[in-house]
Design a protein around this ligand. Sequence first.
Ligand code: NAD
Length: 557
Amino acid sequence: MTTAPVAGPRPVRAARGTELSALGWQQEAALRMLENNLDPEVAEHPDKLVVYGGTGKAARDWASFDALQRTLRTLKGDETMLVQSGRPVGVFQTHEWAPRVLLANSNLVGDWANWEEFRRLEHLGLTMYGQMTAGSWIYIGTQGILQGTYETFAAVAEQHFGGTLAGTVTLTAGLGGMGGAQPLAVTMNDGVAICIDCDPRAIARRIEHRYLDVQATSLEHALELAVEARDARRGLSIGLLGNAAELVPQLLAMDAPIDIVTDQTSAHDPLSYLPVGVDFDDMATYAQKDPQEFTQRSRESMARHVEAMVGFMDKGAQVFDYGNSIRGEAQLAGYTRAFDFPGFVPAYIRPLFCEGKGPFRWAALSGDPADIAATDRAILELFPDNANLHRWIPMAQERVHFQGLPARICWLGYGERHLAGLRFNEMVASGELKAPIVIGRDHLDCGSVASPYRETEAMLDGSDAIADWPLLNAMVNVASGASWVSIHHGGGVGMGRSIHAGQVAVADGTDLAAQKLARVLTNDPGMGVIRHVDAGYDRAADVAEERGVRVPMREHG
Ligand code: NAD
């Protein structure tokens, strides 16, 4: 057996059109989505195979990437490739209903599930950080989180500001792969956002992709622009270069008129958060040279940052943690009031989870934006009474810049997702779409995560840390016919803090795909319903009853 020579970093881009380089569309879909995750338009640091979320990677190293490509091209329709933290480790004969790829990323045994041990193993080349959709090949750029962020800000508006963010100012930080959705989500709700980032490239990228409107030249300039737009009740997003751990306390000390505060710096990973007093240009070298000292300093800075967020809360602002574990990190640095403000899921999103609602997404393998436009029309026809959707899709069409393969996201619930999947499959079969559609979701979904600082924070029955649910979710997706399924550890909140699962199903226009889609896209959100019924949520129990989800412990006789 010979080993292929290893080529280093190079631009990667998924093929478009209908010509296959794999043996079937299910394998071709996995290949194109792996490549699409690393498209320079899509990935934050493609040379390092990093897609988003600190160091969330699509493949462990370039040799593994080459082997993944090679194996997907030769994989048969009744075989399954196994991927261990970004490296293909085996191919087994299974059957055509089985997933073509099974992935497990960043998983560590409980007592060893910390950053120190993870880094040691990563350094030895034995693992990689998979984040959520990075290591499971269904990242679609910043749009992937946009509707969730939009929904969250819409819920803030609904609960506290009479249904609109017009006339309010939001302060946040982090304009990376996911955090970059914040400015657009705020302006879509007609509000003003000041968004801090210490990386000038992140600000420039969001302006280029039309997620961010302008960059301020100073703190004072940012406030001036914000107040002017707020008073005119005009939506505006303002980028501000600097360290959030310095600027947020400064804004508090200035008594800046801020109504809403959150944060999406990559705080889940202390080596990806810039400490006060460190130059952005020195960050990577310093983090690598002395990770322990860097971690201590970044945690201390997060404590200052969170302390200022609490200060804004004390002054009456609406403050929430946006799923990056910044409260947990600040607490580790000794700040005792870190958990005084809530996470965004218990505060705003859980009622949607009770209905099996979550971030349903799809991408057009043809590469043709016209295919997404056709699916947009189909979705609107399928759900004529869904007012949110009818507001969202035209707005997304107008304002979302596609990154890589054209894609769309919209939140759909139990009883809805499979209708969309089946419709897309018919459109592929009839030739209305030029090529198959890949249908997936974030791991941040209703029944696929155990994450006590995020998706399962403050569950009604106290079951926050029970991690059986994402494992059951992965298994039911395998049993239902998903095209690839993944189990990850860490994700958006970091080591030791979450276990989560992902699934992707391909609508290739065949009858078999229709049967699989009907099951996967019913059972997957069904996990969200049963998870919340089990935890005691009345809304979930009603949904189960109304929509016929069987929950054995509620059946009698
Ligand atoms: P990313 O690594 O692509 O971007 C993080 C950004 O934070 C970078 O641009 C970086 O320059 C900036 N940053 C770091 N330290 C800073 C500091 N001290 N001051 C100002 N800016 C600083 O990460 P991402 O994909 O945007 O994700 C951001 C965070 O949100 C992660 O922790 C991620 O896990 C979490 N996340 C949340 C959700 C959600 O729905 N709430 C979803 C996905 C990810």
